[in-house]
Design a protein around this ligand. Structure first.
Ligand code: A5A
Ligand code: ZN
Length: 482
């Protein structure tokens, strides 16, 4: 038995109500990542976890490819001379950059940054590629690893020093308005993406002091995690012409004049998988929508001396039928007791378990147990395939609806800061805010929590800013943030 098998054998999953411990344990017990790699903030994907990751990113790629984006690949190393060009951008990232300073034993002529994000790698090339208004829109993305020397506590999937699954899109447009429309489209794509994961999100416009360094504004997606804290799972930035000026990205407009290009960028990391696991998982382990479960159905033969061959044959038949319609099935005929097998496959988030024993053979039925609800059905052997495919059709939507109800129960509309404080830790509070930075920051100090931003919902009522007392129709989300 390997070390990791031993350690996970000894571990049991804490209840999800102790979310921090639950999350750390499920990363190991669910075979998502090995956290024992000897560099802080770097983790190793297990094959099972990577199977989930692969399927999640296939969906992300599909959504981008179907909306006119093209995938590319830029270098990991960025020369210091390019990195240092955009003043705001540097200010935002300089504490977080890893530097390569030597080649072998010799110091490099120009130090090289490990990309913390790729604006300064991509935009010098955009300068060369973009010539005319007919080149627009440019819609490129890449899925790469990026490096950020994070100083807050690192955690697998949530705060990494090597982000392994950084999807960044970088788009170029003629006008500011065109770029604004692209930001809206990007937000829509991300909402659809999270819907495919069954994960409801909150959308808000970040306050100016929290926008992307070098951008005009940022729209962010946040997920309310089970402990009531929010996780920023995606961001879409309008970059205006700030980077175009720095990197000299110009195009010839219809009248033959040279203009600076308008740009956007938007990113998603493996935090999307953190939210997938955290929102749906339960006290027994992973719960995954069928699209993302490496093993969708597990068949468990209940074997006694009597009829064991018939039981195995029936299992084989069902397994073949399910495979023929593209379902990922595993038959667990190992020596473990049935209870131990249930435990193992519940932990791994198999969406359905099929049990077949001698009595089932006599009745020509199988027992089918649905992972998320625990619902048990007796299904005629000949109908199992149809039963499973019907179950899977609604599975993700059911998860989404449940999660959406839970999310809405965790949004509290508040009228004063005392009320806000009493709700933080349970979820997100909304409160009026005049919009001034002074009031915003004082509010954050007083409640010891963060402003997420102004939600994209029409607010028709007015109220008073809790700091200056001025009347306003703006409300903000505030929360304890990851
Ligand atoms: N170039 C743009 C897209 C960019 O870098 N935006 S960003 O800085 O906001 O990062 C994009 C997303 O990556 C964030 O919204 C967040 O969800 C995720 N992210 C940022 N730092 C991370 C870290 N250290 N570990 C995991 N995910 C991170
Ligand atoms: Zn105010």
């Amino acid at each position: 038995m390997s070390e990791s098998d031993k350690s996970s054998k000894e571990m049991t999953l804490p209840p999800k109500s102790s979310f921090g411990d639950w999350f750390n344990s499920i990363i190991e017990l669910g075979k998502i990542m090995d956290v024992r790699y000897p560099v802080k903030g770097l983790y190793v994907w297990y094959p099972f976890g990577f199977g989930i990751r692969k399927r999640v990113y296939n969906v992300l790629r599909e959504l981008l490819d179907n909306t006119g984006h093209e995938e590319v690949m830029f270098p990991l190393l960025i020369p210091e001379t390019e990195f240092m060009k955009e003043a705001e951008h540097i200010k935002g990232f300089e504490d977080e950059v890893y530097w390569v300073t030597k080649g072998g034993l010799s110091p490099l002529d120009i130090n090289l940054a490990l990309r913390p994000t790729s604006e300064t790698a991509i935009y010098p090339m955009y300068k060369l590629w973009i010539r005319s208004h007919t080149d627009f829109p440019v819609l490129l993305y890449q899925v790469v690893n990026t490096f950020r020397y994070e100083t807050k506590a690192t955690r697998p999937l949530i705060r990494l020093r090597e982000i392994t699954s950084f999807k960044e899109a970088h788009t170029v447009h003629a006008t500011w308005d065109d770029a604004e429309k692209q930001v809206d489209r990007a937000v829509d794509i991300y909402i659809q993406f999270f819907k495919r994961l069954g994960v409801p999100v909150l959308i808000s416009k970040r306050p100016d002091w929290d926008k992307f360094p070098g951008g005009d504004y940022t729209i962010a997606l946040d997920v309310i995690m089970p402990d009531g804290k929010t996780l920023q799972v995606g961001t879409c930035h309008h970059l205006g012409i700030n980077f175009a000026k720095t990197f000299d990205i110009k195009y010839e407009d219809v009248d033959g004049n040279q203009q600076y290009a308008n740009q956007t960028c938007y990113g998603i990391s493996e935090r999307c998988i953190a939210s997938l696991i955290s929102v749906h998982g339960d006290d027994k382990g992973l719960v995954l929508p069928p699209e993302f479960a490496p093993v969708q159905v597990v068949i468990i033969p209940i074997l006694f001396k009597k009829n064991s061959e018939e039981v195995l044959n029936a299992c084989k038949k069902i397994s073949d039928d399910l495979k023929s319609i593209g379902i990922r099935v595993e038959t667990d005929a190992s020596d473990l007791r049935p209870g131990a097998k249930y435990y193992k496959w519940e932990m791994k988030g198999a969406c359905a378990r099929i049990e077949i024993g001698p009595r089932d053979i006599e009745n020509k039925t199988a027992v089918v147990v649905r992972r998320d609800t625990g619902e048990k059905s007796f299904v005629p052997l000949d109908d199992v395939t149809v039963f499973i495919s019907n179950m899977f059709e609604n599975f993700c939507n059911d998860l989404y609806e449940k999660a959406e109800i839970e999310m809405n129960e965790r949004i509290f509309s508040c009228t004063d800061l005392k009320e806000v404080s009493s709700k933080l830790g349970k979820g997100v509070a909304t409160i009026y805010w005049c919009g001034s930075e002074d009031c915003g920051k004082e509010m954050e100090d007083r409640i010891d929590a963060g402003i997420l931003g102004i939600p994209n919902i029409d607010n028709v009522t007015t109220g008073n800013c809790p700091i200056c007392g001025n009347s306003t129709d703006k409300i903000v989300y505030v929360a304890k943030k990851y």
